[in-house]
Ligand binder design. Structure first.
Ligand code: THU
Length: 137
């Protein structure tokens, strides 16, 4: 399902927006939320958590993945990333690789603002020719 129709993504978007408002981003002031639907239909959310030692901060997507794994999830069926601003809040390069671990090339990565979905990408579009678990099989 790669529709940009917000209604389809609303439960994930709602979870991501709640997470976004919980973000700890005192340095950038840029709050991000992410929400994953796993292959059991369970939602897992996370937010960015910054640190005075800047490189130690973590992204919203990493928090959502950690929540999924902690809850026993091992497969990302879809992920919504939400943030404010004019430009699309696409996952950073590191997070694309983190998503790759638990997703397939056609897994939707939905970029949203709190008002709704802005664009739907596939993982393959954001991280082509990715290295993943298959390479080690
Ligand atoms: N950030 C995320 O959490 N996810 C993204 O997709 C892009 C960037 C965070 C990292 C940092 O805390 C802040 O946004 C500014 O880069």
């Amino acid at each position: 399902m790669h529709t940009a129709d917000s209604a389809v993504w609303q439960p994930l978007l709602d979870a991501a927006v709640i997470a976004m408002h919980a973000a700890y981003a005192p340095y950038s002031g840029f709050q991000v939320g992410a929400a994953i639907r796993d292959d059991q239909g369970v939602l897992h959310a996370g937010c960015n958590v910054e640190n005075a030692a800047y490189p130690e901060g973590t992204c919203a997507e990493a928090g959502a993945i950690a929540a999924m794994v902690k809850n026993g999830g091992r497969r990302i069926e879809a992920i919504v990333v939400v943030g404010e601003g004019e430009l699309l809040v696409t996952p950073c390069g590191g997070c694309r690789q983190k998503i790759r671990e638990f997703a397939k090339p056609d897994t939707p990565i939905v970029v949203a603002s709190p008002d709704g979905v802005r664009r739907v990408f596939t993982l393959d579009a954001l991280l082509p020719a990715a290295f993943g678990p298959d390479n080690l099989a």
